[in-house]
Design a protein around this ligand. Structure first.
Ligand code: HEC
Length: 123
């Protein structure tokens, strides 16, 4: 269980980095791509992309991902889905994780990832 939580921390930290990178001007990103910090950020993003894919986050948090076998643009990854999951817990909806991560700090997320009790079917 703690390895799942550790994966969640890594994945979501990478989502935050992707969001931050996405708002940078394209020429700024290009200029930074030659320095070490950019290389480090790039490998961090690649690691996050890999973790998101193997952990299946897109299956629920991306509209149409599971139904199409993953054939959706990466720009739509983790933007949430309106499909509700109903059970004894009520009805839950996979949130837009890109927006969610912008509302909390990295420290807040680390605390949430280690302590939160998400309702089903959130792993
Ligand atoms: C089987 C479907 C499913 C999968 C797979 C899944 N989630 Fe979720 N996730 C949900 C649902 C549904 C909720 C809403 C739970 C609730 O309301 O309590 C949720 C909630 C969350 C939340 C909390 C958002 C909030 O509003 O508090 C985070 C963060 C999150 N998921 C991240 C992830 C990550 C990262 C992965 C991949 C490791 C993942 N989820 C995989 C269905 C899923």
């Amino acid at each position: 269980m703690s390895s799942l939580r550790n994966s969640l921390v890594g994945i979501t930290a990478a989502v935050v980095v992707v969001n931050v990178t996405a708002v940078c001007a394209a020429d700024e990103v290009t200029a930074r791509s030659t320095n070490t910090a950019a290389s480090s950020a790039t490998s961090f993003i690649e690691r996050g992309r890999y973790l998101v894919e193997i952990a299946g986050c897109n299956d629920c948090h991306t509209l149409g991902y599971a139904q199409s076998g993953g054939q959706v643009p990466e720009s739509t990854w983790l933007t949430g889905d309106s499909l509700g999951w109903r059970g004894a817990w009520g009805t839950t909806y996979p949130r837009n994780l890109r927006l969610y991560m912008q509302t909390i700090s990295e420290d807040q997320w680390l605390k949430i990832a280690h302590t939160a009790q998400f309702r089903p079917p959130m792993p």
